[in-house]
Design a protein around this ligand. Structure first.
Ligand code: ADP
Ligand code: ASP
Ligand code: MG
Length: 406
């Protein structure tokens, strides 16, 4: 007998028929004699609607109330799945974050799970009851409902699997696994049988939203056996595993993209010590993440252009902060650009192979795609390009690295 955690994403619980389909997957595990905890997302589109309402109610709003609103979608699907399981003769009940509870910190809108009390769940497993848990939500020390950031039900599921020491954590979604690139854009993307935690972590943080970044981090740290698979087919999914479980390592395992970036250029910044601190200090104080940075060659008059990227939703705030800091920084002009995409090539094999970045630059050059900013790490190369070339760039790179499905 095993302990299994299942997670169903928004499209897998989009209506009652799909919730019934999910319930059958749960029942199958239950009938095998396993203890099952199921984490559900809100019905597809629901969270977007709730987020939109909070924004329309007030552009700048209390994030504790944002969480009170946007966490509600998961309550509906948890209750409905429990009802449908009961209807199928499976003992089940729903659990909200505060009922277990799932303790988080107090960063409303992007809270981190601190710990999960699984005592009640274990007791119910002993009574052969399935636990249906509302994903995406938790409880702060101040006794307020928190949410874990968009896509956070993945993290609820992995954290629960770690707390229960589960034998498997199955993430059911609308694609049948993890691909070499987003299969909705790159039609020749290839499904991977396995991917390393490290590569998946890098892909997720670079925009592949098939798993929330934090969920991969947790799975890696706690050794959770994670599988991504389709709730609509019986084909085996993709396993996320340790590097030593993969025999044939590819140099490049995937290509990710993110439209979540915006570019800021400061023209004619004084080229003197302390300028970078004067620019990035106030941004950090305002909790604005800066990602890619490039400083252009100094011009003869001892000034330079500084270009960097911030999360798109932080752009307005970043511009306001920089305009305020203008007297200290002393730039001539600020230019903001939202029409950019970050495209990244990822692979653990890069550690031991040269030429990966060069191939990326050459491929983009052949297509006439200009590279605006570059950043690299041990296992990835990222470039910022004009947004309208996103699809062309992804497909060209996918072919150039020999990843196309024949
Ligand atoms: P869910 O609602 O089930 O959590 P998401 O929409 O969050 O589903 O994640 C699944 C989506 O992730 C897919 O529909 C796909 O478009 C996208 N995606 C991006 N990159 C990849 C990738 N490398 N492999 C698979 N899917 C990807
Ligand atoms: N419903 C939440 C969202 O849309 C959490 C999730 O689906 O993972 O972001
Ligand atoms: Mg998701």
């Amino acid at each position: 007998m095993s302990v299994i955690v299942q997670k169903f994403g928004g499209t897998s619980v989009a209506d009652l028929d799909r919730i019934r389909n999910a319930a059958l997957r749960t029942k199958a595990e239950y009938d095998r004699g396993n203890d099952v905890a199921v984490v559900v997302s809100a019905m597809a589109g629901t969270t977007n609607q709730l987020v939109q309402w909070t924004g329309e109610a007030a552009a700048l709003h209390d994030t504790r109330e944002y969480d009170a609103v946007v966490s509600t979608g998961e309550q509906v699907t948890a209750g409905l799945l429990a009802i449908i399981l009961q209807e199928m003769g499976v003992s089940a009940r729903s659990w909200l974050g505060w009922q277990l509870p799932i303790h988080t910190d107090s960063s409303h809108g992007s809270a981190r799970i601190l710990d999960i009390d699984v005592q009640a769940l274990r007791q119910r497993f002993g009574e052969r009851q399935v636990a249906v848990i509302a994903g995406f939500q938790g409880l702060s020390a101040e006794n307020r409902i928190t949410t874990l950031g968009r896509g956070g039900s993945d993290t609820s599921a992995v954290a629960l699997a770690a707390a229960l020491n589960a034998d498997r954590c199955d993430i059911f979604t609308d694609v049948d696994g993890i691909y070499t690139s987003d299969p909705r854009i790159v039609t020749k993307a290839r499904k991977l049988e396995k991917i390393t935690y490290e590569e998946m972590l890098e892909s997720a943080s670079l925009g592949a939203k098939v798993l929330q970044t934090r969920s991969v981090e947790l799975a890696m740290n706690y050794g959770v056996r994670l599988q991504v698979l389709s709730s609509f087919s019986e084909t085996p999914g993709t396993l996320v595993v340790d590097e030593d479980e993969i025999v044939e390592k590819e140099i490049v395992s995937g290509i990710a993209y993110s439209r979540d970036e915006a570019k800021i250029t400061l023209r004619r910044v004084a080229d003197r010590p302390g300028v970078a601190a004067a620019v990035f200090g106030p941004l950090a104080d305002a909790n604005i993440n800066v990602d890619m940075i490039v400083q252009n060659i100094s011009q003869s008059d001892q000034s330079t252009d500084l270009t960097f990227t911030v999360t798109r939703s932080h752009l307005d705030r970043a511009v306001a902060v920089l305009e305020k800091a203008r007297p200290e920084v002393g730039y001539e002009k600020l230019k903001a650009d939202e029409d950019v995409t970050k495209v990244s090539v990822i692979g653990v094999g890069m550690r031991s192979h040269a030429g990966v970045a060069q191939r990326m630059f050459a491929t983009l050059a052949e297509r006439g795609i200009n590279i605006q900013v570059i950043s690299t790490s041990e296992i990835k190369v990222s470039v910022l390009i004009e947004e309208e070339y996103t699809e062309l760039a992804l497909r060209a790179l996918h072919t150039a690295y020999g990843l196309d499905n024949e």
